[in-house]
Design a protein around this ligand. Sequence first.
Ligand code: NAD
Ligand code: UDP
Length: 308
Amino acid sequence: MKSIVTGGAGFVGSHICDLLLEKGHEIICIDNLVTGTTRNIEHIRSEHFTYIEHDITKPIYFGDKIEYIFHLASPASPIDYLDLPIQTLKVGALGTYNMLGLAKEKGARLLLASTSEVYGDPLVNPQPETYWGNVNPIGPRGVYDEAKRYAEAITMAYHRYHGVDTCIARIFNTYGPRMRADDGRVVPNFINQALKGKDMTVYGDGTQTRSFCYVSNLVDGLYRLMMSTEVGPVNLGNPKEISVLDFARIVIKIIGCDSKIVFEELPLDDPKVRRPNIERANDLLKWQPDIPLENGLIKTIEYFENIT
Ligand code: NAD
Ligand code: UDP
C-alpha cells in the first residue's frame, strides 16, 4: 500500500506517518515546512519512507501507483494562518485541487483533513455534521474557515462529477507531542507558560469552551475513515467540553506551578463554544476517543519538558 501524506512534517501529519508505517504502508511525505519541521519525522528511519520538500499549491507528478492520499497540508494554528493568510487560502484551494487531480489520475482514495472551523462560531452545540455553520467570511479567521469550506466543496465536486474516491474528516481541537511550542494554540501556550512559571494568558473571560482530543485517538479515527468506504463528512474529536479557564486550572494543577491567570483580549470571531457530536464516527467507524484529558496532558507536558 502506497500512501501520500501532505503536511507530513507537521504535528498531526507526522503521527499519521508513524501509524501508516506501523500498518505496513509505504509513505511519501510531502511538506514545504511552512509551519512543520523535519524534526517531527527524523526518528523515522525506513526504506518505506520518502520525504519530498514541495509546496503542493504547485502540481507534482508520480510514476508509481498511489493508493491513499492523506491531505493534511495547511497552516492550522490561528496565529499561523493569521500570519500566512494567502498561503492558507492557496493550500486549501490550489493544494486541494492538485491533490484531487493526483487522486483522479492514480485512482487513489483521498482523505481531506477539514476542521470544526467550518462551523465557525456555532449557534448549535454540540455540532453535528448536518449543521452548516456560522462563519464570518471576511473576518480574520475567514482565510482558514473559507479555505477549508472551499476544500470540502471541491472534494465533493471531484467525488460527484469525476467519481474520485474521497472522504472528509472534520477534525476538532487535537493536542499532543510535536505541537510547536510557539504555535500559539492554547495547549502549547498554557503548558509552556506553566512550565516556565509565567502568567497564563486566558483570552476573554475564559468561558469559551473547547473539547480536546489526544493525537493518537485522532489518527486512529483518520485511519479508520480512510480504510472505510464512507464519504463523510465525519466529525473526529473528543466530546468532553471544557471552558478555557478550567483548562488553565487543570494545566496549573498537573504541573504544580504557581502561575497566575491573566486575562487578555479575546481575538475577533473566537468561537464561544465547540464540541463535536461524534455519533456518526461512532456508528460508521466504531470510533470514539478513550484517552482522558489528564493522561494526554501528562504525555504532552513530558514532551515539552524534554524539548526545552
Ligand atoms: P501543522 O501546522 O503542524 O501541520 C501542517 C503541515 O502542513 C506543516 O508541516 C506545514 O509545513 C505543511 N504545509 C502547509 N502548507 C503547505 C503547502 N503549501 N505545501 C506543503 N506543505 C504545506 O498543523 P496540524 O495541527 O498538524 O494540522 C494538520 C491538518 O489538520 C491541517 O490541515 C489542519 O487544518 C487540520 N486540523 C488540525 C487540527 C488540530 O487541532 N491540530 C484541528 C482541525 C483541523
Ligand atoms: N486561548 C487562550 N489563551 C491562549 C491561547 C488561546 O485563552 O494563550 C483561547 C483562544 O482564544 C480560544 C481557545 O483558547 O478560545 C482555543 O484556542 P486555539 O488557538 O488553541 O484554537 P482554536 O480552537 O481557537 O482554533
